[in-house]
Design a protein around this ligand. Structure first.
Ligand code: ZN
Length: 239
C-alpha cells in the first residue's frame, strides 16, 4: 500500500460520477473513503456497489446476523463521506468467484450508474511486500476492470428492459495498490476518513484495528510521496 518514493500525480478531477465496486463492507474505508469525502465535498456523485455483505467476517456472529450488522455499518460509513446509494449484490462472502455471473452483475451496475470513474481495490496476488491479498479482492478487482469494458459492448450481457450500454467510463482507480501512480489530497478530510472506518465498530472489534492509527499512518505515507500532508493513493488504469 505504500507508494514508491517518486513523483505521483493528482487524480484528474474533470468528472462528475464515480462508482466504487468492492467485495466487502470496510474495503473502501481502509484508505479510499477520504478521497470519496473530498470528491463528494466538491459536488461529485459517488455510489458504492458491494459484492457481498461481509457476512462471514466475524467469527462470533452467525452469518445472517453478521450480514445485517455489516450492511448497516457500511451504510453509516458511506453516509459519513457523502455517499447515499449503497447497493449489495449478495454474492457469497469469502467465496466470490471470478466469472461471467460476476462480470454480468458488475456490467449491469455500471450501465445503471453510468460512471466516468470506477474505484476498486487491489486485484493482484499481494499487497506488495509479500503480503497475500485475498481471493475475494482479487476476483472483484479484476472483474470490475473487465466489466467496465463489458458494459460498453451492447452485445454482451443483454437483458430485456436492462440499462443501455455505457462506454463513458474513462479510468479506474485501484486502492491498496503497491504501484500507486496518482493521489488525492485528503488533508481536509482525514477526520471523516477515520470516522468512516470507525463506523465499522463491530468489525473493528473483531479484527482489533485502531482506525485512527492505521489511516493516519497510510495517509502520511501517501502524503510524503505526493507533497501534501495526507493523501489517498491509487493506481490509475486508463480504460
Ligand atoms: Zn475486504
Amino acid at each position: 500500500m505504500t507508494p514508491d518514493r517518486r513523483e505521483i500525480e493528482p487524480v484528474p478531477d474533470d468528472w462528475e460520477r464515480a462508482l466504487a465496486i468492492v467485495a466487502h463492507p470496510d474495503d473502501m474505508e481502509y484508505g479510499a473513503a477520504g478521497a470519496v469525502a473530498h470528491w463528494t465535498g466538491a459536488g461529485k456523485r459517488v455510489t458504492y456497489v458491494l459484492v457481498t455483505r461481509g457476512e462471514t467476517g466475524i467469527d462470533a456472529l452467525d452469518p445472517e446476523e453478521c450480514g445485517r450488522v455489516r450492511e448497516a455499518e457500511e451504510r453509516a460509513s458511506a453516509a459519513i463521506v457523502g455517499v447515499d446509494t449503497v447497493d449489495f449484490l449478495d454474492h457469497p462472502d469469502g467465496l466470490i468467484e471470478y466469472g461471467l455471473p460476476l462480470r454480468a452483475d458488475l456490467a449491469l451496475a455500471i450501465r445503471r450508474h453510468r460512471p466516468e470513474v470506477i474505484i476498486t481495490l487491489n486485484h493482484r496476488e499481494t499487497w506488495g511486500g509479500g503480503r497475500l491479498n485475498m481471493a475475494d479482492h482479487r476476483h472483484v478487482g479484476l472483474a470490475a476492470l473487465d466489466a467496465a469494458r463489458d458494459a460498453a459492448n451492447p452485445w454482451l450481457f443483454r437483458a430485456p428492459d436492462g440499462p443501455d450500454a455505457w462506454s463513458g467510463t474513462r479510468f479506474a482507480l485501484i486502492a491498496g495498490s503497491s504501484d500507486a501512480s496518482h493521489f488525492v489530497d485528503v488533508s481536509e478530510e482525514i477526520e471523516r476518513a477515520i470516522a468512516s472506518l470507525e463506523a465499522h465498530a463491530r468489525y473493528l472489534d473483531h479484527v482489533g484495528t485502531d482506525a485512527r492509527e492505521f489511516l493516519t499512518s497510510i495517509a502520511e505515507q501517501g502524503g510524503q510521496a505526493s507533497g501534501v500532508r495526507y493523501a489517498a493513493s491509487f493506481e490509475l488504469v486508463w480504460l
